[in-house]
Design a protein around this ligand. Structure first.
Ligand code: NAP
Ligand code: F7E
Length: 350
């Protein structure tokens, strides 16, 4: 039985990847961080929680990474753990650099020391491109990161290539464009919108405040993208791949379609608030997955319109069931109202 170690198994991609690998017959190990309250709701939601082998480890603690590898003795490591929210990376640039950047070197060093035959997948990102181009981005387009998150991921991207070329480790970058799902974190704009649409529909809220609604992203469906991670590690040679839908849409379009899916007019409920503007933003991203299509045979199945509908449907159903007294594992019921979250943006306003 093949063995996989997933860092960040409590996150959106970690949960979907764990399910995907279990379905393929892998023995799945996942690292999680010690928190005061457990946060395994995503794997519970997917019905796989009982089938996981869990190992406490933190990317800022090299010894715990080495221990996780010793315990799991994996054939493949999927490094999905990161401080992954761009907004937070402006508020916590040093911590983000440590987890999202240096953390990757800790994993690569552990592989080099313990067993250089382990295959390694690094969760690279379209944020690497920043504002470098207003055209579709493929693997040849230069990077120009525009956030502490992206700068940390750029370092991680290069370390992955350096360990591949320098130590002959099967280390690959999946340069994934934004991918979303009903398991997406609530602070990311897509789920923030679909969760608000559900609450507004049920009369639990009146409106939603957003930042830069002109920003454009190439949004795909997380389970489609998970499959590419596995495919990348099954190739004869290690390489880097762009994974995207090749379409770009604005946050405004996303909001319009999400409200429309619930029979509401977005203009009556969407407000803008400069609190949600970033010191620097990426205005346009659109991928080109041609290489992944030709070499891996990968293509996205779910596109923009369908993605929005399925996210709205799921958030509506969860809020509806919750309001009727049903109880289940999820995140939205105890998420604080964003007006109560004070950040440096409030201080800048005073
Ligand atoms: P996510 O939902 O935010 O999950 C991140 C995971 O990393 C969580 O399990 C989190 O644990 C864990 N983590 C954070 N800091 C850690 C640390 N110091 N040590 C160990 N674990 C830590 O992110 P995602 O959307 O699944 O994304 C997965 C990866 O792909 C990330 O590296 C992200 O940067 C990258 N990526 C995402 C996208 C996207 O659109 N989703 C696109 C490109 C690349 P807790 O639950 O304890 O916080
Ligand atoms: O923002 C704008 C915001 O936070 C998308 C991560 O998974 O994908 C994600 O990063 C856009 C930005 O995702 C709000 O300014 C407007 O232009 O959903 P997001 P992201 O920054 O693209 C990449 C590929 C990753 O690698 C990351 O890990 O939407 N926007 N108003 C807003 N964004 C948020 N969060 N909240 C708003 O109110």
């Amino acid at each position: 039985m093949r063995r996989a170690l997933i860092t960040g198994i409590t996150g959106q991609d970690g949960a979907y990847l764990a399910k995907f690998l279990l379905d393929k017959g892998y023995e799945v190990f996942g690292t999680y961080r010690r928190l005061s309250t457990p946060n395994f709701w995503r794997s519970q939601y997917l019905g796989i929680f009982e089938n996981l082998n869990l190992i406490p480890a933190d990317l800022v603690d090299a010894g715990s990474i080495m221990e996780a590898i010793r315990i799991s003795r994996p054939d493949e490591i999927y490094n999905l753990a990161a401080q992954s929210f761009v907004g937070t990376s402006f508020e916590q640039p040093i911590g983000t650099g440590d987890m999202t950047g240096l953390g990757v070197t800790r994993v690569l060093e552990a592989i080099r020391n313990f067993d250089p035959e382990i295959k390694f997948y690094q969760a690279s990102t379209s944020e690497l491109y920043g504002n470098s181009s207003n055209k579709q981005a493929n693997e040849e387009v230069p990077f120009k990161p525009a956030s502490p998150y992206a700068a940390a991921k750029l370092y991680a991207y290069w370390q992955t290539r350096i360990y591949r070329e320098g130590y002959n480790i099967f280390a690959c970058n999946g340069i994934l464009f934004n991918h979303e799902s009903p398991l997406r974190g609530l602070e990311f704009v897509t789920r923030k919108i679909t969760n608000a649409v559900a609450k507004i529909t049920l009369g639990l809220e009146k409106d939603i405040k957003l930042g830069n609604i002109e920003a454009k992203r190439d949004w795909g469906y997380a389970p489609d993208y998970i499959e590419s991670m596995w495919m990348i590690l099954q190739q004869r040679d290690p390489d880097d791949y762009v994974i995207a839908t090749n379409e770009s849409h604005s946050v405004k379009e996303f909001a319009e379609k999400a409200f429309d899916a619930a029979g509401l007019d977005w203009q009556e409920h969407v407000k803008t608030d400069k609190r949600f503007l970033r010191p620097l933003d990426v205005h346009f991203l659109q991928g080109d997955y041609d290489k992944a299509n030709k070499k891996l045979g990968w293509a996205p199945k779910v596109k923009f319109g369908e993605l929005i509908k399925l996210m709205v449907k799921e958030d509506l159903s969860r809020w509806d069931r919750w309001q009727s007294g049903e109880r289940f594992s999820w995140d939205a019921f105890n998420y604080p109202c964003e007006d109560k979250i004070l950040s440096r943006y409030h201080r800048m306003e005073r």
